[in-house]
Structure formats: structure tokens, C-alpha cells
Design a protein around this ligand. Structure first.
Ligand SMILES: Cc1cc2nc3c(=O)[nH]c(=O)nc-3n(C[C@H](O)[C@H](O)[C@H](O)COP(=O)(O)O)c2cc1C
Ligand code: SF4
Length: 458
């Protein structure tokens, strides 16, 4: 059985004032900055991050080392730590920001030093009022202690870091929307490819956008060394500790630190204490609302980005939404779709028109006015949106929840239409098994619904 870890969550220890820089330093804090700036070359640091195998924790699971290597050879370069965390079901960044602010700052200093960056921002979700103040205080303390500003630790390296509050729009978490917002513009995402922020980012300059947990992980990698770091988890899949946020119908919701070899079953039944009221599990979303849903038969998967990808889902943000037998999957999807319809930035037509249209159809199904053709119509709209939008929002959270909750829990949607009311079927009748999806047309692109047993086995 997987054992909980205390690596990312170790310093400062629970019960200590997280803003107390002295307490953080007493626990070894800012040791990684000292080690990086005084004993490792910039190239050596980049090699160390590459060797650690770390994948970014912002959702896509993209290799951090590769992103750093793609940074165009132009200066100035900028760093943006993404703390916009607005994905429904995700709250691990909030915990880190509240309780480990200096670990994030350390990671940002190390990243900036390695990449020759002298100016960086922490872009924080606008609703995190208290965190914004706490982070500003933590930056001021770090500067007072000589870890920010001019000639840090006599290394000749200068760095300024600023907090930038967002205004509460989900799309500002998308890296190019974030950059537009930082520039003072409406946060319309930029089309990519051809240019990614590492080539053309903030003010047209090479910019590294990394999630705040990724920044905290950089501190850990330098602290323990890449060799030790990659022993945590599985090198072929996902290395390092992970923060999983359990929410929904579990007895003990919260943030849990494990490696990625932990199974979803262990997280729900051991860490989370099982389902509330002794109820049965109906479905679980393993990585924030955009991540395709898994049925009760799929929870023996490990939680690496690769393992979840093989099941047609994704690791995403590690925000796990557990739904028990009392849940109406029609209601659950309507809820997810209402969020997406509200947050579409409106820049491109398929997303602006298609996502709210799907929401209208789902609402009429939920209210007992569904039409026979509605499920096929929903799938057709998914197809029109998928891959035809400026940014990934159109797909996730636009299409993927609709596509996967609808396809897997097809019988429950059909029952609502046929009986003209909201129907919650018994768990075993509510969803299809692999091999039963053949009537569903495939959606092109990077999301693939497993269509038979062989596929499901990987
Ligand atoms: C619609 C949308 C919203 C996103 N929101 C966030 C967010 O709140 N925080 C985050 O770190 N990444 C978010 N991302 C991913 C970022 O675009 C980017 O990939 C990430 O910050 C890179 O960090 P990482 O490489 O450390 O994972 C979002 C992506 C999309 C498409
Ligand atoms: S896909 Fe949606 S969120 Fe992304 S740019 Fe287009 S309208 Fe905006």
C-alpha cells in the first residue's frame, strides 16, 4: 500500500507561521538557493532539472526541463509563476501559497538564476485576497534577508519578483491569456503554435510560465538532488512527490502528498476514508474538471500522467472529484458545462457559441425536456469545437467533460430523455463498460475514448 509523503509539505512544519522566514530557514529553507547560486553552474542546474524528469504540475504534465531548454536565446527573459488556480476541483496551489510561500519563492529564484532572468511575476488568482498580501510580505522578507534584489548572496545575480493579482477570470490561467493580462490587455489567449511563450512571451520576449507547485518542486529537486528525486514515483511515468486534492463525496476531503504510484482507489478509500455514508462510488474525475471521468471499474490505476493517459483521462491538476451513487451525472455535467459556458473568453466562435449551446441542451435534458436527437447533437457539437479553437479551453473544459461523462454514463442521459425527468440510475446500470462505446463516433485530436477491451488494457 502506498505511504503518504512529507516532502513538499515538510518545511515549515505544520503549526508554524508560514510567513515566518526565520522558522523556514531553521528547517533548511533557502538552503536550495544558497546551493544553487554558490555551488552549481547555470548549465548544471538546467541539467539537474532535466535529469529529475519533473513534469509541470499546472495541468498538462509537460516536461519542465524541456520547456527550459526551449527558452529562446534572447534577453531579457521573464518568469511567470502561475497561481491562477481556478480549475473546479483543484485547490493544491492554494494550500502551497498559504502554507509554503517561501518554497515557491526559492524555486522562482533558482529558476531565474538558471535561465538568466532578472524579473519575474507571481500571477495570483484575484479571489485569493489574503494570499496576495501574504505573498507580498514573504517577498519583502526574502529581500530583507538578501535572497532578492541586487547581487544575491554575492553571486552577482539580481532578481526582482512581483505579485500580480488577476481579476477572477479562469482564462487568465492559460499561459498566453496570463501574459496578455500581465501586459494590461484583455486576456485573449494567443494562437500556438507557431510561437510558445518560451520563444515569444511577455512583451515579445522569451518567457517561462510554470505552475507555482512546479516552482516549489524545483526547490525540492535542488535540495535533494535529481538522483534522489527521480527515485520518488516512476521514472518512466511521473517522478517526484505529488499533491492530490480530494474533494466531493469522501469522508476526509483534503490535500494529500503521495508519489504517482499511489492508486486512485488508495486515495479514495485509504487517504480519503472512503465514500460518505457508506455509499457506493459512481464516478471520479482524477485531475480537475477538465480530466475525463473514470468509472468505479477504473480506479485501480496509478496516478501518473502516463497511467491516466492510457485510460483516456489525464493527471491534470491532481484535483480529484469523487461522486457517489446519489449523484445525477446529468446534473454533474450540467454543473461543469455551466462553468465552461460562463468562463469562455469569447474570442473564437466554436467555443463562444458551442460551449453555451451544449449547456442549453444539457439544461433542457436535466429539466425533463430533452429531445431524442439531443445526445447525438451534443456529440456533434463536441466534434465541431474540438481542435478548432484558439486555445485548449474549447476542448478542456469545453468538450472533454461533455464527451466523456455523456459517453460513459449514456444510459443515465437516455433515461432522463425517455422518462422526461431527472433520473438517477443504480450505479451498475448507469454507465457503459469498455467495448460498449462502439455506437459513439470518435472525436479527432488528442482525446481518445477507449473502444474495446484491448485498448482499455493499454
Ligand atoms: C483554460 C486553461 C486554464 C489554465 N489554468 C491554469 C492555472 O490556473 N494554473 C496553472 O498553473 N496552469 C493553468 N493552465 C496551464 C497553463 O497554460 C500552463 O500550461 C502552465 O501554467 C504551465 O506550467 P507547468 O509547465 O509548470 O505545468 C491552464 C490552461 C488552460 C488551457
Ligand atoms: S477556445 Fe474559448 S477560451 Fe480559448 S480563445 Fe477561444 S473562446 Fe477563448
Amino acid at each position: 500500500m502506498a505511504a503518504p509523503l512529507e516532502i513538499l509539505t515538510a518545511n515549515p512544519p505544520a503549526g508554524t507561521d508560514p510567513g515566518d522566514i526565520e522558522a523556514y530557514m531553521a528547517g533548511g529553507g533557502y538552503g536550495a538557493v544558497r546551493k544553487a547560486l554558490t555551488t552549481i553552474s547555470k548549465d548544471g542546474l538546467i541539467e539537474e532539472i532535466n535529469a529529475s524528469g519533473i513534469k509541470g504540475r499546472g495541468g498538462a504534465g509537460f516536461s519542465t526541463g524541456m520547456k527550459w531548454n526551449l527558452c529562446a536565446d534572447r534577453y531579457p527573459r521573464y518568469l511567470c509563476a502561475n497561481a491562477d488556480e481556478s480549475e473546479p476541483g483543484s485547490f493544491k496551489d492554494r494550500l502551497l501559497l498559504e502554507s509554503k510561500p517561501h518554497q515557491i519563492i526559492e524555486g522562482m529564484i533558482i529558476t531565474s538564476y538558471a535561465l538568466g532572468i532578472n524579473l519575474g511575476y507571481i500571477y495570483i488568482r484575484g479571489e485569493f485576497f489574503q494570499i496576495i498580501d501574504q505573498m507580498e510580505a514573504a517577498l519583502a522578507d526574502a529581500e530583507k534577508h538578501g535572497f532578492l534584489g541586487k547581487n544575491i548572496l554575492d553571486s552577482g545575480f539580481d532578481l526582482e519578483l512581483y505579485v500580480h493579482p488577476g481579476a477572477g477570470a479562469y482564462i487568465c490561467g492559460e499561459e498566453t491569456g496570463l501574459i496578455e493580462s500581465l501586459e494590461g490587455n484583455r486576456p485573449y489567449p494567443r494562437l500556438k503554435p507557431p510561437f510558445f511563450p518560451a520563444a515569444i512571451g511577455l512583451w515579445g520576449q522569451p518567457t517561462i510560465v510554470n505552475n507555482v507547485e512546479t516552482m516549489a518542486q524545483i526547490t525540492t529537486i535542488v535540495d535533494m538532488g535529481a538522483e534522489a528525486y527521480k527515485q520518488i514515483g516512476t521514472e518512466e511515468d511521473t517522478t517526484g512527490p505529488r499533491l492530490f486534492g480530494l474533494c466531493g463525496h469522501v469522508k476526509k476531503p483534503g490535500i494529500y502528498e503521495y508519489d504517482s504510484d499511489v492508486t486512485l482507489r488508495e486515495l479514495i478509500y485509504d487517504a480519503g476514508g472512503g465514500i460518505r455514508d457508506g455509499n457506493r462510488l459512481k464516478g471520479v474525475i482524477p485531475g480537475g474538471i477538465s480530466a475525463p471521468i473514470l468509472t468505479p471499474e477504473e480506479i485501480d490505476t496509478t496516478m501518473g500522467f502516463g497511467a491516466l493517459g492510457k485510460l483516456g483521462s489525464m493527471g491534470g491538476t491532481g484535483g480529484i472529484i469523487v461522486m457517489d451513487e446519489t449523484t445525477s451525472m446529468v446534473d454533474a455535467l450540467l454543473n461543469a458545462s455551466s462553468f465552461a459556458a460562463h468562463e469562455s473568453c469569447g474570442q473564437c466562435t466554436p467555443c463562444r457559441e458551442g460551449v453555451p449551446w451544449m449547456n442549453d441542451i444539457l439544461r433542457r435534458i436535466r429539466n425533463g425536456r430533452g429531445r431524442d436527437e439531443d445526445l447525438d447533437l451534443l456529440l456533434d457539437i463536441c466534434k465541431q469545437i474540438h481542435g478548432h479553437t484558439v486555445c485548449v479551453f474549447g476542448q478542456a473544459p469545453g468538450v472533454w467533460p461533455v464527451r466523456t461523462i455523456l459517453v460513459k454514463y449514456w444510459p443515465e442521459f437516455r433515461a432522463c430523455i425517455e422518462r422526461k425527468e431527472l433520473v438517477v440510475l443504480p450505479v451498475e446500470e448507469s454507465y457503459l463498460r469498455p467495448g460498449q462505446y462502439e455506437h459513439i463516433p470518435p472525436v479527432p485530436g488528442n482525446f481518445r475514448m477507449k473502444t474495446n477491451e484491448a485498448d482499455a488494457a493499454g
